[in-house]
Design a protein around this ligand. Structure first.
Ligand SMILES: [Zn+2]
Length: 215
């Protein structure tokens, strides 16, 4: 099996003194895992997490760990490296994709959102708001789409002050009043999305990535 696409290197760990096992989030095939030969021992053009480029991936049989050829075009995260907040956001984005997105399944929207976020962050006035939008998109991709447009009880679009932890849908002040202590208070923020993410991690039997616990 051979795949040619483009993608972002999101995780790399040493396999031997020379080689690494890499996770690349690709445009067409979602997360691919494979060997990146010479990634550890390379003296120049060493692959780095956050690089974007052309990816080719080969596996002789489907179940086998593939082998990558990765040609970096640019380092998406170089402009983020000097800012601690941006670095935290980037680490969280990569860790969540690495932890929660299954291999070899296309996630085109999330891929485009991720590239868009990495491009926007260096010049953003409100990076955590941009990140919150990305995370809400991630929840949607994982089957927990939030609906903040109308009340899930009565359908009204005004006074939406609560969010249901069960359904991820907004609830208006009137409908929510009797259950106020069981509902999240809008506006949406990173503590709320973190609780949804914790729930998803629990169902998948994995820990919330450390990088997401940093904020
Ligand atoms: Zn209502």
């Amino acid at each position: 099996m051979q795949i040619e696409t483009s993608g972002i290197l999101i995780n790399m760990r040493a396999f031997s003194e020379r080689d690494a096992v890499a996770h690349i989030f690709t445009r067409d095939n979602g997360v691919l895992v494979g060997m990146l030969r010479g990634a550890i021992s390379a003296k120049k053009n060493k692959p780095l997490v956050g690089q974007y480029g052309n990816v080719s991936w080969n596996a002789r049989i489907d179940s086998q760990l593939g082998v990558f050829h990765f040609e970096s075009e640019k380092n998406m995260v170089a402009p983020l490296m000097l800012n601690n907040d941006l670095l935290k956001i980037m680490n969280s984005v990569f860790a969540l994709i690495y932890t929660l997105i299954p291999e070899r399944e296309s996630y085109e929207n999330l891929y485009n959102d991720t590239l868009g976020l990495l491009q926007k962050l260096p010049n953003s006035q409100s990076p955590y708001d941009e990140y919150l939008k990305w995370e809400a998109g991630l929840l949607g991709e994982l089957g927990y789409a939030l609906d903040l447009t109308k009340c899930s009880g009565c359908g009204r679009t005004e006074n939406l002050v609560y969010l249901s932890p069960k359904t991820g849908r907004a609830v208006c002040e009137n409908c929510g009043a009797p259950y106020a202590d069981k509902l999240y208070k809008l506006p949406l923020n990173l503590n709320i999305t973190k609780r949804f993410i914790s729930g998803i991690c629990a169902t998948q039997g994995v820990d919330v990535p450390l990088a997401r616990k940093m904020f």
